[in-house]
Design a protein around this ligand. Structure first.
Ligand SMILES: [Fe+2]
Length: 185
């Protein structure tokens, strides 16, 4: 029997077709995590401060399926390593959305949101393979609370332009600083 669905010219479009489904930052982060054997050799560990590396788009494309290249055009990919006790301050990602995948070890994420009823927090341990995705204005810390080094890959759409840092003051989040691309990293 001939399947009209499988032979349909509509459903049979090639991956390069402009209508190909887009997976966004979460799909890219998951795919980059799965491709980690192709880039883990780049990772360094630095005791003086967290090691971060902006992965050139061409290098990211080289380890990804061509069907994801359209998503990559709008994104920025960072590789990060985390020695035990290394972590971030409380921060957002400006107007960028994004996603990250833990590729080695476990990272502890603390998410903080300020609302009418005050500041709400949640904490989760993200083990190897976990993907976390988030929208603009998402505020969190990420820390390696374990005894083994960790590695993660982060995707931002659009690329990071600035990041605000915060402290919790009673029932509010108070901005303590802003770091800008080209100035602070
Ligand atoms: Fe972050």
């Amino acid at each position: 029997m001939t399947s009209t669905l499988l032979s349909s010219p509509v459903l049979g479009r090639s991956p390069s077709d402009a209508t190909v489904r887009r997976t966004g930052a979460a799909g890219l982060a998951a795919a980059l995590g799965a491709a980690a054997p192709h880039w883990l050799h780049r990772v360094r560990y630095r005791s003086a401060g967290r090691w971060t590396h902006l992965l050139p788009a061409a290098d990211a494309a080289a380890v990804l399926d061509p069907s994801l290249h359209a998503d990559l055009a709008d994104a920025q990919v960072w590789l990060l390593s985390w020695l035990p006790d290394q972590g971030t301050p409380l921060h957002d990602h400006g107007t960028s959305a994004g996603a990250f995948t833990v590729v080695r070890g476990t990272l502890t994420e603390r998410v903080v949101a300020a609302g009418r009823t005050g500041v709400h927090e949640s904490t989760a341990d993200l083990t190897t393979g976990r993907v976390r995705h988030f929208g603009p204005h998402y505020v969190h810390t990420v820390t390696n609370t374990q005894s083994e080094p960790a590695v993660s890959v982060h995707v931002y759409t659009p690329g990071l332009s600035w990041m605000n840092t915060y402290r919790i003051d009673g029932a509010a989040l108070v901005r303590t600083g802003t770091e800008r691309a080209g100035v602070d990293w």
